[in-house]
Design a protein around this ligand. Structure first.
Ligand code: SF4
Ligand code: SF4
Length: 133
């Protein structure tokens, strides 16, 4: 869940969530500084070395994604602290819901150090070429 606010008709929200296994409560994503130098990418290599962590880029912004579920989901996929749930959860709606997935247009997704290394290699090779010409 990235916690961006949105609006959607109540009926849509209700029906979508009723049929869902609380997908938005089973990960969290944090925006991180856009990496520019090799040192910046070193930090990302460390993040992504951890299990259940991926990186993605959306609208040129970089995010760290942790696929770890919330401790408050009940067995029937509901929130056991609904009245006291964090603000991010309150602001989340089906408008930015992962079940309406088409709107998530990730420019890049990295699931391993190898994938990230390949990207870094290409990027810095391109930069080098540009400097030469
Ligand atoms: S907001 Fe979307 S992902 Fe979250 S419970 Fe509702 S339908 Fe599922
Ligand atoms: S606190 Fe409730 S709404 Fe928020 S992520 Fe956990 S289960 Fe979902």
């Amino acid at each position: 869940m990235k916690g961006r606010a949105g609006t959607k008709k109540k009926k849509t929200l209700k029906s979508l969530c009723e049929e869902c296994s609380a997908r938005c409560c089973r990960y969290f994503a944090l925006q991180i500084d856009t990496p520019r130098t090799k040192e910046d990418f070193e930090k990302l290599r460390w993040y992504i070395s951890h299990k259940a962590v991926t990186l993605f880029v959306e609208k040129r912004k970089w995010y760290l994604d942790v696929a770890n579920e919330c401790r408050y989901i009940t067995e029937d996929h509901r929130c056991s602290i609904y009245e006291k749930r964090p603000l991010v959860c309150r602001e989340h709606s089906t408008y930015d819901c992962e079940r309406q997935n088409d709107q998530f247009e990730h420019e890049e997704v990295f699931s391993s150090v190898e994938e990230l290394d390949l990207f870094v290699e290409k990027r810095f090779r391109r930069k080098k070429r540009r400097r030469r010409s």
